[in-house]
Write a protein that binds this ligand. Structure first.
Ligand code: ARG
Length: 469
């Protein structure tokens, strides 16, 4: 909401405080203090909080039922105006002040009774929690969409029986099913969704009723507020309640780790899309060209995903740095929690559909993947062959190592060495050794749960389906 248009700066600002001041605040402070450009988007949640508070004030005997109902209807009218595009004015200090001003427009001085027993401190904590719970749901849906794209590719790759190299240290390690690689990016996202769900649960602790810091002096029912606002429990300590931003930190960590996972997926694709690998080909809708080099197709969406995760990580760091030095109770530093939180969430909401789109239009080059499977990658299978025939793994490892050295010295692949080289390397080698050098056999043997073997892969795909259902 940085581009929020503010209209009509006026000198007599609508303020929620000011009685004890004789002079005006300095314009330089107003400019620094004003958070409406960031927190405007909280208005639907703040209106909900205020409507619930009006009822609480009625049940506490502070408002008559008529007053409470007039305030509720007034807040509905305010919400309708905001939904219709009513913009904040430059003098609105924050979203709470803006709604208070608009409510005065609607119902006159009765609006002034609404702020009885509450503070913007418990108000903003409550509204931001509601926003965060909603954000968890929105993010979950977008992550799920990306998982669906991943699963679709994995199924097609499995059906085609596509194999590829798995890498460790970015060196060719062992052959795997390409679907197994694709699903390696599914499960981190599954954990991200579990983290978002847990964050939503942790966030559902109601601060309202904490007042400014010491609690509310009117007999409002916090239990009723909890129910009507959809929280699971009550904050147990008002001092903690107005300054607890653990939920913001948790959500931002969940987002930062999600960003990290997207960045790693993007990096795999950027790398595999290079001419040197050419395992994948990018489509038209999520790549760009070069103004100078006519041949270029650049995977911008993926690069921006990789880059954006850095900013999200910065947002998390900024929040934690803000929190660590604060004394107990509310401090104005906390106003900036929303700047960091909204930036992180907005960034992810931009990145997730772009990554899903870019991955969705990728095509896989099975020929290139298969061509990258050198027989040295079956060296472990060769050692396993000797173990099956009675050698210890250490001894087998050394013998196969000698064979790999020999193949490198001769400049040929392992499977091109003559049988006599194998016999010289270890007495247990026999003519059937060449069967151990097949990538398909290597993959098939690794059928332990979670392995790349065909039965394990089928189970994994079923598990991924279950995770999305
Ligand atoms: N805009 C403020 C925030 O986001 C609201 C709370 C202001 N509280 C106060 N005591 N000035 O934190």
């Amino acid at each position: 909401m940085t581009s929020l248009k503010l209209v009509g700066a006026d000198a007599t600002a609508h303020k929620l405080w000011g009685g004890r001041f004789s002079g005006d605040t300095a314009p330089a402070l107003d400019a620094l203090n004003r958070s409406i450009g960031v927190d405007f988007r909280l208005w639907p949640f703040d209106v909900r909080v205020s409507k619930a508070w009006a009822v609480a004030l009625w049940s506490a005997g502070v408002l008559t039922v008529e007053e409470s109902q007039r305030i509720e209807r007034g807040l509905d009218a305010v919400a309708a105006r905001l939904r219709g595009g009513a913009a904040p004015v430059a003098s609105d200090e924050d979203v709470h002040t803006m709604i208070d001003r608009l409510l005065h427009d609607e119902i006159g001085d009765l609006a002034s009774k609404l702020h009885t027993g509450r503070s913007r401190n418990d108000q903003v904590a409550t509204a931001t929690r509601l926003w965060a719970m909603d954000a968890c749901t929105v993010l979950d849906a977008r992550v799920r969409e990306l998982q669906q794209v991943i699963l679709g590719h994995a199924e097609a790759l499995q059906q085609d029986g596509t194999l590829m190299p798995a890498y460790t240290h970015m060196q060719r390690a062992q052959p795997i099913a390409a679907a197994h690689w694709m699903l390696a990016h599914f499960w981190p996202l599954d954990r991200d969704r579990a983290r978002l769900a847990q964050t939503a649960r942790d966030t559902a602790s109601l601060p309202l009723g904490a007042g400014a810091v010491a609690g509310c002096a009117y007999p409002i029912s916090r239990v009723l507020l909890q129910g009507s606002l959809g929280f699971d429990r009550l904050s147990p300590n008002s001092v903690d309640a107005v300054s607890d931003r653990d939920f913001v930190a948790e959500l931002m960590f969940a987002i930062a780790l999600l960003g990290t996972h997207l960045s790693r997926l993007a990096e795999d694709l950027v790398l595999y899309g290079s001419s040197e690998f050419a395992f994948v080909q990018f489509g038209d809708a999520f790549t760009t060209g070069s103004s100078m080099m006519p041949q270029k197709r650049n995977p911008d969406a993926l690069e921006l995903a990789r880059g954006s995760s850095a900013r999200v990580l910065g947002d998390l760091t900024a929040l934690l740095a803000t929190l660590k030095g604060l004394p107990s109770g509310y401090n104005k530093d906390l106003q900036d929690d929303k700047r960091a939180l909204f930036d992180a969430a907005d960034t992810m909401c931009l990145v997730l559909p772009a990554v899903a789109g870019a991955l969705g239009e990728v095509t896989f080059r099975a020929d290139r993947m298969h061509a990258a499977l050198s027989s040295a990658m079956m060296a472990t299978d060769l050692a396993d062959y000797l173990v099956r025939k009675g050698a210890t793994f250490r001894e087998a490892h050394a013998s196969v190592g000698r064979l790999v050295r020999e193949s490198e010295e001769r400049g040929v692949e392992l499977h091109s060495l003559p049988l006599k080289s194998f016999l010289a390397a270890h007495a247990l080698f026999a003519g059937d050794v060449f069967d151990s050098l097949s990538p398909a056999a290597s993959v098939e043997r690794r059928d332990v749960e979670g392995g790349t073997g065909p039965n394990a892969l089928r189970e994994q795909l079923a598990g991924a389906h279950a995770a999305l259902s």
